[in-house]
Ligand binder design. Sequence first.
Ligand code: PLP
Length: 351
Amino acid sequence: MLPKEVMQQAQEELVNWQGLGTSVMEVSHRGKPFIEVAEQAETDLRELLNIPHNYSVLFMHGGGRGQFSAVPLNISQPNDLSQHLVTGQWSISAEQEAQKYTRTKIVAKTQQHNGKIYVPKQDEWSISENAGYFHYCTNETVEGIEIDWVPRSDSGNIPIVADMSSNILSKPLNIDDYGIIYAGAQKNIGPSGLSVVVVRNDLIGSQRKETPAIFDYQLQAESGSMYNTPPTFSWYLAGLVFRWLKRQGGLDAIASLNAQKSETLYKQIDASGFYRNNVEDEYRSKMNVTFQLIDETLNSLFLEQASENGLVALKGHRAVGGMRASIYNAMPLEGAIALADFMKEFERKNG
Ligand SMILES: *Cc1c(COP(=O)(O)O)cnc(C)c1O
């Protein structure tokens, strides 16, 4: 979901934006009014994430998956070895896409212990310091797995590339730890159609000659992400979301709220043997809380009654079944409390 305040502002200015008598969707991306919006969005994002000057911020097309291709095209050669941590559906998809462009190696995969999924500690990975970039996904939406620590690059030479599509802006980050972070916008930033890339400047300029121009980091950096027409409405709305985040108190404040929301739900899941979550505590996602009903025959009743109570979109991904509550930044604490209360009541009636 998007913050209601942001949606209302967008609605109010939809047909008459900045008193210009037109919509932001109708103006030229090269005109002054839009350029100002674009620049302000970058400034606000830089402030929120505390992005150092030696990093560029790109506003690109192609969503999260577009970057699965753009990353290898920009920073690897066909014979290099990209190294991947596989923790779920998104990180395996990134590895499979990278195979089209470069050699790949999976350095580790999630494991299970006593029915709980965990990520092996880095000491157990086979990451090679003389190989190419290292890629991982900080939050897997399908499985509900989030990694809070940053993998080390011992020599400092391996760029760490992180797919943060589903938890960017949910908490503060130390950008210096990364070579590239990227995110499709539609989970925590704004509408689909936009992806945000934060890339360390020394990684720009090694793109292969066959790299599509719109995926070329150098070209996009040099043209202020306006080599071609950018997704202007998504960019504008992302800018409103950045402003909203600043009004909430920035990323420290939103992180503490996100922790409260997810704890509310995990506490309810763990309260009895009626529900279950199969992720080790340390790796439980604060964005996508997955859970199962021990008695799976109650699944459809649960979903039906939840929906009658205004609690929707709770069906788990078909690959894992069960339930999933996606509680991105814009979900208020009351939403999590309402779900926890419903779960308690459902258990009382059916347990
Ligand atoms: C949603 C998501 C994607 C896919 O993004 P698209 O914009 O649909 O390509 C990629 N990675 C992660 C971690 C996601 O959550």
